[in-house]
Write a protein that binds this ligand. Structure first.
Ligand code: BG6
Length: 478
């Protein structure tokens, strides 16, 4: 019993939060580059503050990331030392097509990822590639309005065809859109959406969702045609909603919130919109056009597996005497039974088992946990051997509890799980806050919130712990 022998242990990152090198190798500017640190960050991510170029006086953490662009060999060697079987990373669209709509791809960008994949393979690490992790070339936002336009489906098809063809045999695991449901919460980040004064934001979001869902189905089709070995997953920001109390109104509210997230996966995993979504579009007077070809592609090309991020369960109520949580793109109610991280993210390991069961019951497809972890402030201390380390017992405790929960889901509930890639296996820039000080990694990166530091990498205590976990296939969690 326990985890299957070929279980994919590893770690996860995204280009926009670690790569840097934003002007190198012919790369173009993207939405993620112009998302600043500081008080403008949320309005920009929401699409209500238009910032389509780098502005004076702002600090943009994605431009440097943790400079994975120049450190990837060193970083992958550290992942290999931990025993990673897989490494999740994303492609920066603007490295492959700097403007997004060129006819021919940028060879330098293609070569960069090829080198990264070859470096992974050198150690027997299977790359797990997110095609789009919150990034969209700026030119596509200026010229087409981002994913509001159907044109992006065509351009995405060009992107994925290029990737599947070039990396055939090097990559077998793909995710189409990172946290596709995030479009509802942070639309500039999720789909390059910027709203005009008076624009119907809800309609614009669902129009864009529709285009991403069509594009995702095309990606599944093309991936399978180009290499039948390819496995393609959807990816959602998961975490079941709990009703705050057993009032039927709260239970109903929790169900509605779950559906708002599951709707995406319902389409990607089943091939058509569920009736509750069609009814919602009717109420919104939103007519989504779907050609016969696209409908057929959607219906016939469902995903091979369900990938998701899990940081926390969520809680809702219809009562107005109950406190809200802070610090998360998903607003909700404070669950009085849970502790929270320094950023207010509630910690609920059993919630992972509950969420896994909900997803598996609903879709009956293999799951892949592609993000999980604790964002915390770390203190770098001397390790007594001339280097530095972090005693991150709090991180080990969080991960241990979550691995135990996922093990119970596999062992006791029979959930099929392909792998586990905790988020930010190496410290990187936080997506929500733009901070470096919100750290998730097994590897500490010497860089602060203002972008100052040597970029040196140091192993934390959790590095050795996770190495043991992998070596024992999840049996040794002490
Ligand atoms: C997910 C994203 O929302 O959570 C990642 O896919 C992100 O990009 C991660 O970094 C953790 O969130 P944060 O805001 O702590 O970086």
């Amino acid at each position: 019993m326990g985890f299957p022998e070929n279980f994919l242990w590893g770690g996860a990152t995204a280009a926009n939060q670690c790569e840097g090198g934003y002007q190198e190798g012919g790369r173009g500017l993207a939405n993620v580059d112009v998302t600043p640190h500081g008080k403008e960050r949320f309005p920009v991510m929401l699409g209500t503050r238009k910032m389509l170029k780098l502005e004076d006086g702002c600090y943009y953490p994605a431009l440097k990331g943790i400079d994975f662009y120049h450190h990837y060999k060193e970083d992958i060697a550290l992942f290999a030392e931990m025993g990673f079987k897989t490494f999740r990373l994303s492609i920066a669209w603007s490295r492959i097509f700097p403007n997004g709509d060129e006819k021919e791809p940028n060879e330098d960008g293609l070569r960069f990822y090829e080198d990264v994949f070859l470096e992974c393979r050198k150690y027997g690490i299977e790359p797990l590639v997110t095609i789009t992790h919150f990034d969209c070339p700026i030119h596509l936002i200026r010229e087409y309005g981002g994913w509001k336009s159907y044109e992006l489906v065509e351009l995405y098809k060009r992107l994925v065809t290029t990737l599947f063809t070039r990396y055939k045999g090097l990559v077998h695991y793909w995710l189409t859109f990172n946290e596709i449901n995030m479009i509802l919460h942070l639309p500039f980040m999720g789909a390059g959406l910027v709203f005009e004064e008076g624009e119907d934001q809800e309609k614009a979001k669902y129009q864009s969702v529709h285009h991403e869902l069509i594009a995702s189905a095309w990606a599944v089709k093309l991936a399978h045609e180009i290499d039948p070995e390819n496995k393609v997953g959807c990816m959602m920001a998961a975490g079941d909603y709990y009703p705050y109390c057993c009032m039927p109104e709260d239970v109903w509210e929790a169900k509605k919130q779950d559906r708002a997230n599951m709707m995406f996966i319902d389409v990607q995993a089943r091939g058509y919109y569920p009736n509750y979504a069609k009814k919602m579009f009717e109420r919104m007077s939103l007519k989504l056009s779907l050609s016969d070809t696209d409908e057929k592609v959607m219906r016939e090309n469902t995903v091979d597996f369900i990938a998701f991020s899990y940081y926390s369960s969520r809680c809702v109520t219809t009562r107005d005497d109950v406190k809200e949580t802070t610090g998360n793109a998903f607003r909700g109610t404070k669950n009085p039974y849970l502790e929270a991280s320094e950023w207010g993210w509630q910690i609920d390991a059993l919630g992972l088992r509950i969420t896994m069961n909900s997803l598996y019951d609903r879709y009956q497809k293999p799951l892949f946990i592609v993000e999980n972890g604790l964002g915390a402030k770390d203190e770098l201390i001397a390790d007594g051997a001339g280097s530095f380390t972090v005693n991150d017992d709090y991180r080990i405790e969080y991960l241990r509890a979550h691995i135990q929960a996922m093990k119970a889901a596999v062992d006791e509930d029979g959930v099929e799980l392909w792998g586990y890639t905790p988020w930010g296996c190496i410290d990187l820039v936080s997506a929500s806050t733009g901070e470096m000080s919100k750290r998730y990694g097994f590897i500490y990166v010497d860089l602060d919130d203002a972008g100052e530091g040597t970029l040196a990498r140091y192993k934390k205590k959790s590095f050795g712990w996770y190495k043991k976990v992998i070596a024992s296939n999840g049996e040794d969690l002490e």
